[in-house]
Design a protein around this ligand. Structure first.
Ligand SMILES: *Cc1c(COP(=O)(O)O)cnc(C)c1O
Ligand SMILES: [Zn+2]
Length: 397
């Protein structure tokens, strides 16, 4: 294994990676660091096509030492789908969708769960607990079941019903809360504190390895494009783990010497109903203030106070990216338009990225001829209510 230590991006302190870790003493999330020079000596990009089509093909850049601890359902290596018809319509002919809807548990949260649970298992964790907007809880409950680890999941009662069912099916201890993910977070904090160390807090960015799973989206995009970075990557941002992960991934690839210096511009998409990152980015602030009265149909990005705000804002600025908020009615219309044009039913969060792409192209931020990759972070099939069929006439038999 090439994992060397954990590093605090805020105060620079180094932490031991050999035991379960949460936040730095300064309150910042921790990042996993590897001996990249050693990795570059043992593997080259030409080797990857010979490996299995899942995220474990990048095992030298992942934090699991013993292959027996790898907990997998075949996650990763999702397709990059060209969307020329819809793309031409919005002035981005080289529009590409990375379809995470094909991941186990129906969302890209499976990437974070696969790596996070595998590492937790390796470090001897017996039970995890986490707040969630639905998909993360479903994924972690599922992978925890597969690893033989207990899971306590706390989610808003308004979260998609399918996620609730996935947790129950996986045998998790599921608690519903009449509030937002931030309220669920307070409940989990109490539960973990009362457990006297028996329960490990696996909340978003509260442990460092979920991010390592999600960063593999960045590796895959680059490998699938022939070790070329696209011009722009558009990501629906809640806690921001995927965006921070992709940023980390492309920097690691550059340090490995596997891609050239030009890195993709990263775009954080939020809803006008919950846009703390967009507001902070526009104001040039380093931290985001909590968003009051958060609400949007794109439930996965309803995160009023993201813990990784600083890291998201840094990634946006360092990559010459931007942040944009989109309206629910527009994203639902784009979801329908895209399905009819391209035959792919997106999740609302993925559709939000299309709305963002459309606006950014119309405003000139995305330039003619640029290659744009949009993340569809979940399966449209998990959100059947985005397509209204109530008015269809029923013919007499
Ligand atoms: C969780 C989630 C997001 C947001 O991911 P973060 O890492 O929290 O930014 C986007 N889309 C879907 C479908 C999700 O479940
Ligand atoms: Zn620190």
């Amino acid at each position: 294994m090439y994992l060397t230590h954990l590093e605090c991006p805020r105060c620079g302190r180094e932490h031991d990676a050999a035991s379960p870790a949460n936040l730095c003493g300064c309150g910042s999330p921790l990042l996993a660091r590897y001996d990249l020079a050693a990795v570059a000596r043992v593997v080259t990009p030409e080797r990857f096509p010979l490996r299995p089509a899942d995220l474990w093909r990048y095992r030298e850049l992942l934090p699991v030492a013993d292959p027996r601890h790898v907990t997998t359902l075949g996650e990763g290596w999702t397709p990059l789908l060209r969307a020329p018809a819809y793309g031409a319509e919005i002035g981005i002919p080289d529009l590409i969708v990375k379809d995470e809807g094909l991941t186990p548990t129906g969302s890209f949260k499976a990437r974070g769960a696969a790596v996070g649970v595998s590492r937790a298992r390796e470090l001897g964790v017996a039970r995890i607990a986490m707040p969630t907007n639905g998909n993360a809880g479903a994924a972690w409950a599922t992978y925890a079941a597969r690893a033989g680890i207990g899971a306590t999941i706390v989610m808003p009662v308004a979260a998609p019903g399918i996620c609730r069912r996935e947790c129950v099916a996986a045998g998790a201890d599921l608690r519903l809360v009449d509030g937002l993910i931030s309220d669920a977070g307070r409940l989990v904090a109490g539960l973990v504190a009362d457990s006297g160390g028996a329960v490990f807090d696996a909340g978003t960015l509260r442990e460092p390895y979920r991010l390592e799973g999600k960063k593999t989206m960045g590796y895959e995009i680059v490998e699938q494009l022939g070790w070329q970075a696209p011009d722009v990557i558009i990501y629906p941002t809640g806690g921001g783990v995927g965006l921070i992960g992709i940023h980390k991934a492309v920097h690691e690839l550059r340090e490995l010497g596997w891609i050239e210096d030009r890195l993709p511009r990263l775009v954080a998409v939020q809803s006008t109903g919950c846009a703390p990152i967009v507001r902070a980015f526009a104001a040039g602030e380093e931290r985001a203030r909590p968003w009051a009265d958060a609400r949007t149909v794109a439930f996965g990005i309803t995160v009023p106070a993201p813990l990784g705000d600083e890291l998201v804002l840094t990634a946006l600025r360092e990559s010459a990216g931007t942040a944009i908020a989109v309206d629910d009615a527009e994203l639902l219309a784009d979801l329908r338009e895209f399905a009819a044009r391209e035959g792919l039913l997106l999740c609302p969060e993925g559709a939000a990225c299309l709305t963002a792409a459309r606006h950014l192209r119309a405003g000139g931020w995305i330039r003619a001829g640029e290659r744009v990759v949009v993340l569809n972070t979940g399966a449209g099939l998990k959100y059947p209510e985005t397509v209204d069929v109530a008015d269809l006439p029923v013919l007499p038999a």
